[in-house]
Design a protein around this ligand. Sequence first.
Ligand code: SOE
Length: 376
Amino acid sequence: MKPLNIGLVGHGFMGRTHSNAYVSVNNFFDLDYRPVLKAVCGRDAAQTKAFADKWGYESIESDWRVLVKRPDIDAIDICTPNNLHKEIAIAAAEAGKMVLCEKPLSMNTAEGEQMCQAVEKAGVANTVWYNYRRVPAVSLAKQLIDEGRLGRIFHYRAQFLQDWTISADLPQGGTALWRLDSAAAGSGVTGDLLAHCIDTALWLNGSINSVSAMTETFIKERKHNLTGKVEKVGIDDACAFLCRFENGALGLFESTRYARGHKALYTFEINGEHASIRWDLHDLHRLEYFNHKDDSLIRGWRSIHVTDGDMPYMKHWWVPGLQIGYEHTFIHQVADFLAGIAASKPVSPTFRESLETQRVCDAVLASGKDQTWHRV
Ligand code: SOE
C-alpha cells in the first residue's frame, strides 16, 4: 500500500471523527493507499500533543502555514472553525497538497468560489466532509431513487433539530462554542445543520432553483468567550425554508437548536409517484420505504434494516443483521477518497459540488433577511 501522509488542522470533535477514520479504514477496506498520521496542528501545544499521542500522530505543529509547506505531507485535512477554511485550503492547494475540508465548505459562496478555483488550478484532489451521504441507508435511498423506483418526485422534506443552545447563559465564541459566533461560523443553523440537509437533498433530488426562508435569533445577546463582553448574537438560531427543485418537486426544510428534547434529529422524507422513503438519524441503519405497487392487501411502510452485504458499504463490515453507526460514515468517506485518488477520479462531494450547497445557504439567509423569494 502507498502511504498518504495526512496533516490535520484542528483537533476538536471533527478531528476525532476523521482521525478515527484514518486509523480504521485499512482494517475494513482493501485499498491501494494507507493514511499515515504525520502531523496534527493546533494552537495549544499541550492539548495538541495529547491528541497526537492518543491517535498516533507522529508530530505536532502550532502554525498551519508551516504544516501546509511540509514536504512530508500529502493531504491537508481542515477541521477548524469555518472562518479559517478558505485561507488554509488555498494555501494547501498552492503548496500542491490534496485538501479535505470539514463542512460547510466556506463562510459564503464568494469564499467557496475562491477555494474551488485554488484546488482546480492546482489540480489537487479535494472533498468536503458531508458525512451523512455515506450512511448506508442514505446511500441506499440514492440507489432506489436513481433506479427510478420512486418515479416522479413531488415532495422533499427535511429537518435537523437540536436543543443545546436554549440557555441564555451559554456564551458564544472560543474553542467549543465558535458555532455560536457569526465571525467564526458565518451563520448559525443554516451553515451548520441545514447545509447537511441541503447537501443530501441536492445529491438525492437535484438542484434547488429558488427559496423562501424565515430565520430567527431567539437569544439576541450572549457573553463572548474571547472578549469577556456581552455581545450581539449574529447567527440564526432557527431557520425554515420552502424551495422549488429543478425537477419540479417542492421542498420544505427546517432546522433549529431550540427544539427541546432533540439532540441531533436529522430526518428526511421523499414522496414520489410510485413510492416514498424516509430516514431518521436516530435509527440510521433503517430506511423506511412505501411502495404503492405492492399488493394492496399487504401494502404499507416497510422498515428496511440496511445491514445485508449487498447494501451500500455493508459488505465491508460484520455479518447481516449487525449494524454500524455514525463514525462509520467518516470511514466510508476516507475509503472513497483513497479509492478516488488511486483511480484519479474526483470524490463527491468535491469543493465545486459543495459550492452549490453554499449557494443555497446564501440564498436562504438572504431570503430570511428580506422575506422575499430568492433564486439560487
Ligand atoms: C452541531 O452540533 C453538529 O456537531 C454539527 O456541526 C455537525 O455537522 C452535525 O453532524 C452534528 O451537529
